[in-house]
Ligand binder design. Sequence first.
Ligand code: C5P
Length: 229
Amino acid sequence: MPAQKTPQKRLIVALDVPTAAEALALADTLAPQIDFFKVGLQLFLEAGFAVCDALSKRGHKVMLDLKFHDIPQTVALTTAQLANHDIALATVHGYPQVVAAAAKAKGRTKILAVTVLTSLGHEELAQSGFAGTLAELVQLRAETSLAAGADGIVCSPLETALLRKKVGSKPLIVTPGIRPLDSARDDQTRTATPHAAIQAGADYIVVGRPITKAASPVTAAREILDEIG
Ligand code: C5P
């Protein structure tokens, strides 16, 4: 874990809003205390790379969370599209074929492999046909993804300590599923507080609704930064 990172450099805010105008207004409200933003499927389908470019033009870092999962040729060609934009981090699902194809075509962007979505619990895993435990699957996906060339992994804060021990200090660990103590869990299952996630060894935490749906997003972000610090 890079101990020198300030709390500001550890928080990525998920701009899960429907339009570029709302996303940029939120980013402008949260800057300068936040300078790293995540663009997901909802916003990207509406606003495309234009919203990523607008964020980077403002000096922000962008995590593009489209979770690619397709045949190697499609993943490689799609990942190559990132080269014309300033995308710091991009996500793919943590299957070795997918990760290897993305890693080959990634350019300056760092590729993060999503291990197991933080909304999934043991029951959903069993329903999808996986016989083992969540921790086993997360560990398998993390290790095979890193071997296939991922720069880091996305996992829940509940698996972060174990994974950090297994993978060492170099790979990035990014954890969504973050909930301050007084926040609703919404559709997330494997959650922990910002402080617990950082203590467990996460490089970055990703926070959406606890900030974006707060009466004052600035106050909510400030409280999370204080908790991390
Ligand atoms: O609102 P909330 O804090 O739950 O948002 C979490 C964000 O992180 C969402 O944008 C979601 O798509 C993303 N994410 C996640 N679990 C993963 C990977 C990404 O919740 N495993």
